[in-house]
Design a protein around this ligand. Structure first.
Ligand SMILES: NC(=O)c1ccc[n+]([C@@H]2O[C@H](COP(=O)([O-])OP(=O)(O)OC[C@H]3O[C@@H](n4cnc5c(N)ncnc54)[C@H](O)[C@@H]3O)[C@@H](O)[C@H]2O)c1
Length: 459
């Protein structure tokens, strides 16, 4: 008989999982402590903004329902995913506060259930949290034993906001941390029925899975930061071009091309906090995660470094326009976004800053609290700008033309972090175009290298 599924937490991940699992023919019950989210799902609407979520929920509505009762969900399902927030705390760790509350409710419901039930924690946690932080709550509240009366797995998803449903259904691999073989086998079987393709299922202990999850993000951010380091080096050599270098570098199968584009730092709700948490965990275990700490430090200093670079020109009271406030294109999320950080540091340095984002104006406004002027179009920003920073590779910015930048014959300096307007703006009159990661003063840089190597070779 087909399993019935419940998902505890109807946020960006949980609601998307409900919709994705229901689209594969399963009955799914969603649980949230927020009445509005529950009502939205029951009305066939998306409780949070995410690509295709509303469409998937409404198309699969006959198999989806939502409730505020954990008990109702547990008693009417066989397998529960728990995907509640695990916010960073002041130590840099992930708080178990919400997960503990959810596990308490699940435990109370398990006490009333005779059949075996599999509990799967999907929220991001650090090694040991599932077994030593949360499992005791389940056993205490239910009065039952894990491995006998119920099963337990830690199984995070590897998704990006903006493509959560697609990523969930088409994973590179599934990660299953298992309390025991039965728990892992049940979850692996479920994934094989839900996911498309034949992605390998990596099964391991709870702790190894917890470490693997956080390692994926911290490794990827290290790769991004490495590419940013190369971009800075490329700017200092004649004819330097970071795209040429990373393209070749990424062709090596040991390295790979993904996330190897020199530009701005990373942001968003996951990447920045995961390095901090890994560093915390390492310190706590008397190990040291120097690489994670350095990646985090370098990434957090990017806005300051850029502001220092611009300081000589912004002191003259010029207006800086920032195009891109979300942490990535086509997103409304501004958490830890480089565009927002630049807005703050530049305005603190005395610049007049105007900015625009196709989707994130409202959330950026709330975050920046009047520190900069947010306008409702890129062209309005450009009309006022002496200096332009293009901080995301948004499709809308790729359509901009030279004439949009040169307004009333005024000169403009454009820093293009993603080099999206290289063809359009390079060599244009009145435009001082600076593609980040590219050598911009071949003569001076050649002279520098001539002196370095001439002296070295004793010429
Ligand atoms: N957002 C991402 O890109 C991403 C990626 C990977 C992993 N994660 C992890 O997934 C987890 C959830 O992230 P999210 O972005 O979906 O969070 P979110 O804040 O969007 O949603 C969490 C939902 O859980 C609900 N909730 C809180 N306590 C509850 C409880 N006891 N019972 C039922 N519902 C409860 C909240 O009301 C909210 O609707 C976090 O651990 C996060 O680190 C997130």
């Amino acid at each position: 008989m087909q399993k019935k599924i419940s998902v505890i937490g109807l946020g960006k991940l949980g609601a998307s999982m409900v919709a994705a699992i229901a689209s594969r023919g399963f009955e799914v019950i969603g649980v949230d402590v927020n009445q509005k989210s529950v009502d939205a799902v029951n009305a066939g609407r998306e409780p949070v903004q995410e690509t295709n979520l509303e469409k998937y929920i409404s198309e699969n509505q006959e198999r989806i329902r939502a409730t505020m009762s954990h008990e109702e969900a547990i008693l009417n399902s066989d397998l529960s995913f728990v995907i509640v927030p695990t916010p960073s705390d002041e130590k840099g760790s992930f708080s178990l506060q919400y997960a503990a509350w959810a596990f308490k409710e699940i435990g109370k419901a398990l006490a009333k259930k005779n059949a075996y039930h599999l509990v799967v924690l999907t929220s991001t946690v650090l090694p040991g949290a599932t077994r030593f932080g949360l499992l005791p709550i389940l056993e205490k509240e239910s009065g039952k034993k894990c491995g006998e009366d119920f099963g337990l797995c830690y199984s995070p998803e590897f998704i990006a906001l903006g493509s959560v449903i697609r990523d969930f259904l088409n994973p590179d691999f599934t990660l299953v941390g298992e309390f025991d073989v039965r728990s892992g086998s049940e979850l692996e079987e479920f994934y094989s029925e839900v996911m498309f393709g034949n992605a390998p299922c990596k099964r391991m202990s709870l702790e190894n899975a917890e470490l693997t999850k956080i390692s994926v993000n911290t490794f990827v951010t290290t790769k991004i930061t490495f590419a940013n380091m190369l971009a800075d080096l490329c700017e200092r050599i004649p004819g330097g071009n970071v795209d040429v270098v990373t393209d070749a570098l990424g062709s090596d199968s040991r390295i790979g091309r993904k996330y190897l584009t020199g530009a701005l730092g990373y942001g968003g709700p996951c990447f920045p906090r995961d390095n901090v948490a890994l560093s915390y965990m390492a310190r706590t275990l008397n190990s040291c995660a120097d690489i994670a700490e350095t990646t985090d430090r370098v990434n957090r200093s990017m806005a300051d470094t850029i502001t220092e670079k611009l300081r000589p020109i912004i002191q003259k009271g010029k207006t800086v326009a920032i195009l891109g406030l979300a942490y990535k294109p086509s997103s409304h999320v501004v958490e830890e976004s480089q565009g927002v950080y630049l807005g703050k540091t530049l305005s603190e340095a005395g610049a007049r800053v105007v900015a625009y984002d196709p989707l994130a104006n409202e959330s950026a406004n709330a975050e920046l609290n009047g520190k900069i002027v947010i306008l409702d179009s890129a062209k309005k920003c450009l009309a006022q700008a002496d200096i332009v920073l293009i901080t995301t590779a948004d499709d809308e910015f790729k359509q901009l033309l030279t004439n949009d930048f040169v307004v009333d014959g005024k000169e403009v300096t454009v820093y293009d972090f993603w080099r999206i307007l290289k063809e359009e703006l390079s060599g244009k009159e009145k435009v001082n175009y600076i593609p980040i990661g590219c050598g911009t003063n071949d003569e001076r840089q050649s002279q520098f290298l001539k002196e370095l190597w001439g002296n070295e070779a004793n010429i």
